[in-house]
Structure formats: structure tokens, C-alpha cells
Ligand binder design. Structure first.
Ligand code: GLN
Length: 273
């Protein structure tokens, strides 16, 4: 069978996706190792059988619900290309809000920053890319995530960002951190959202927390008191209905100036203390 690029895209079907055309184009680009402009410049180019087969397999996986980012192995965050892997959450645009808030609050002067549950390293690397004077460390309990985050640091010329395996603040020195950031698991076990879409393929350990999704935020807020300096900042992402609970958790841990910030959809998504 000899099919052109245009034929292959026309024939392909991704019925359950919200973005079928984009999905097809992104997957074919991944197979051809080209950008999207190539598809429109050479629509009549005939695909090799092996390319067509590889495209068909990716389409089938997509139609089984696998997220595009796991199929291509990359996702952009804060304009940084990041490798992703099923051992980590796929970085989301909403999390860029946390990065923005941190950058609004703290200038480029020597600052010790820790990103708890760093996953791909997205937040740590985005902050380091904007603040050359900050010392940034990402911590994750998953060894695979830490290896991936180190790769992402290399790919983006941000090797000065350190990554280590650990559980939240374990092993951090008392009074040593100026800024602690985290996008922890915050979805309740019973949330129906967990059986829909991309999250079905993401690690539950990065998504779900006990106590209605709040237990990890409680642990982080409590543990942070020891390693954070007196004038330090804690910034966490959370679910949009959790903002008032999270503010109370921060206040119970003696945080001051506790404020929530909205994401792109106007929902409270990030709380600072
Ligand atoms: N915001 C993500 C979602 O709703 C969850 C991220 C997280 O648990 N940290 O899919």
C-alpha cells in the first residue's frame, strides 16, 4: 500500500480525542521526526511501509486512551522541551501559574529553592531558566523520575539544577530553604476524574492523596516549617475547590500572608504563604 502524508492523515481516525487533527499530525511528525510545517509542505510524499506501520501503532495506542505526551515522549513546559515517562505526571499549563507566582514574588538574588515531588523537573527547571542566581533542587521519591529530571536538565542546559531521591523534606537542613514549591498529589481517591482521559495512564502516586486529596499538602506544610527559613515562602498547587482548606492548613502551620492565586480558567489553583 502506498500512501502519501495527506492520505495517511485523512484516513486516520481518533474518534475519542478532543483534538483529533492535532493528534494525528503530532503523531505522524513524531514518526517522521519532522515538524508540522513539513506535513503541509510535502503532503504528496509517499510514506515508507515502516513509517506507516509505526503511525498505525501510535494511533491504536492513542485510541486506547494513552496520552499524546507518553506516545511522543516529550511535552513542552514554560517553553522548555521536557522528556516525559509513565513514571511521572505530564506537566500541565496550569502549573505554569505556580512558576509565574514564584517569579512575581521573588527577584533574581541568591535564593535556595526546593521543588518537592519534582517529577519531570518541570517547575525546578522553569524557575532556574528564569533566575540564574537561584540554587534549585528537585526532590522526588521515584528514582526513575529523578533520572528523567536530570536528563531534562541536560537537554535544556540547566545542569546546575540538582535532583535527588527523597521523601518530601527528609534530609534537608533546618533553616536552609528560602522558597519551597510543590505540585503534590491532590486528587481525592473517589474523584470520578481519575477514570477519564489522560490521567488513567499517569501514576496514581503523583495524583492521589488521602484525606480528600489534602494529606500530602498537610505533610508538606508541616515538614516545611523545619527546613524553611523564617522569611521563606511556601507555594503549592492544589485543586480549585481546595483553596480555603489549603489556606487553613498553611495558617495552622503558622504561615502568614496566606493568599491563593487563580489559574488560566479563573479557579484558585495556587496558594502561597
Ligand atoms: N491538575 C491535575 C489534574 O487534575 C492533577 C495534578 C496533581 O494531582 N498534582 O489532572
Amino acid at each position: 500500500m502506498s500512501l502519501s502524508i495527506a492520505d495517511a492523515i485523512r484516513q486516520a481516525e481518533v474518534p475519542d480525542s478532543d483534538t483529533p487533527e492535532l493528534d494525528k499530525e503530532v503523531l505522524l511528525c513524531h514518526v517522521l521526526n519532522k515538524d508540522r510545517a513539513y506535513l503541509f509542505t510535502w503532503p504528496e510524499r509517499i510514506l515508507e511501509q515502516s513509517q506507516y506501520d509505526a503511525f498505525s501503532i501510535l494511533l491504536e495506542r492513542r485510541n486506547n486512551g494513552e496520552p499524546i505526551a507518553y506516545l511522543t515522549g516529550v511535552r513542552e513546559f514554560w517553553s522548555l522541551p521536557l522528556k516525559v515517562h509513565p513514571s511521572t505526571l505530564i506537566p500541565r499549563p496550569d502549573t505554569e501559574r505556580l512558576v509565574e507566582v514564584a517569579l512575581e514574588l521573588l527577584p533574581n538574588k541568591p535564593t535556595n529553592v526546593v521543588d518537592l515531588g519534582t517529577g519531570t523537573g518541570a517547575i525546578a527547571l522553569a524557575l532556574a531558566s528564569e533566575r540564574p542566581l537561584w540554587s534549585v533542587m528537585g526532590i522526588d521519591q521515584s528514582e526513575e523520575a529523578v533520572e528523567l529530571a536530570k536528563d531534562n536538565a541536560r537537554i535544556n542546559d540547566l545542569d546546575r539544577v540538582a535532583f535527588k531521591v527523597g521523601s518530601w523534606c527528609e534530609g534537608l537542613n533546618p533553616d536552609s530553604v528560602d522558597l519551597m514549591v510543590s505540585n503534590p498529589p491532590y486528587i481525592a481517591e473517589t474523584d470520578p476524574h481519575l477514570s477519564q482521559g489522560d490521567v488513567r495512564f499517569e501514576p496514581l502516586s503523583a495524583l492521589v492523596a488521602a484525606q480528600n486529596g489534602l494529606s500530602d499538602i498537610v505533610d508538606i506544610a508541616q515538614q516545611s516549617r523545619v527546613c524553611l527559613r523564617l522569611q521563606g515562602w511556601l507555594i503549592v498547587e492544589h485543586g480549585f475547590e481546595q483553596a480555603s482548606d489549603v489556606r487553613q492548613i498553611f495558617k495552622d502551620c503558622d504561615y502568614r500572608d496566606v493568599t491563593s492565586y487563580q489559574d488560566l480558567s479563573g479557579n484558585d489553583r495556587v496558594t502561597v504563604g
